[in-house]
Design a protein around this ligand. Structure first.
Ligand SMILES: [Zn+2]
Length: 167
């Protein structure tokens, strides 16, 4: 292993420790106890100035509570809090994403940055191995982003991402 790799590994470990430090007291399940709370959290992180149509950018957007979808009154486009994110192709609910991301962060912070095994993740979530593999890939992509990704910004409320991670 050359020096560059060592440095990158350490930096990676710092990232997980930093995420862990900012997880909500009492855990994600307490901070965001319902699907609705998770959806609201996602929306406020994605659209801090108010929900914005992903197609036409207007803010004339309504919310269909029973179906958990937003609809644009201007262009009729329908979307959810996950549309257009890395998480959208999955059938997982926001709450399960939040809880799994928390578990994933804790694991990596505890194990010197080593990755969560796919089999262990499959068992934790009660899903099949290929599903767990895809979920882990998405988690890594999202949490590995500059600025922490959508999930870290949702579940680590006081994370000062710009200070820490942007180059
Ligand atoms: Zn629109």
């Amino acid at each position: 292993m050359n020096e560059k790799n060592v440095a990158e590994d350490c930096q990676d470990f710092d990232r997980w420790k930093e995420f862990e430090k900012h997880l909500p007291e009492g855990g994600v399940a307490t901070a965001f106890p319902t699907q609705e709370a998770c959806r609201e959290r996602l929306a406020s992180v994605r659209w801090p100035g108010g929900t914005t149509c992903l197609k036409c950018q207007t803010q004339d957007v309504g919310y269909h509570t029973a179906r958990s979808i937003y609809f644009c009154r201007s262009c009729n486009y329908q979307f959810t809090a996950l549309t257009g994110t890395l998480l959208q192709s999955s059938k997982l609910h926001p709450q399960l994403w939040f809880e799994t991301a928390e578990e994933y962060i804790k694991w990596r912070a505890k194990h010197m940055g080593h990755d969560f095994g796919v089999q262990a993740l499959a068992e934790y979530m009660g899903v099949a191995y290929p599903t767990a593999w895809r979920i882990r890939k998405t988690l890594k992509q999202d949490l590995g982003m500059d600025g922490g990704g959508l999930l870290a910004r949702c579940i680590c409320p006081d994370l000062h991402v710009n200070q820490l991670f942007s180059e």
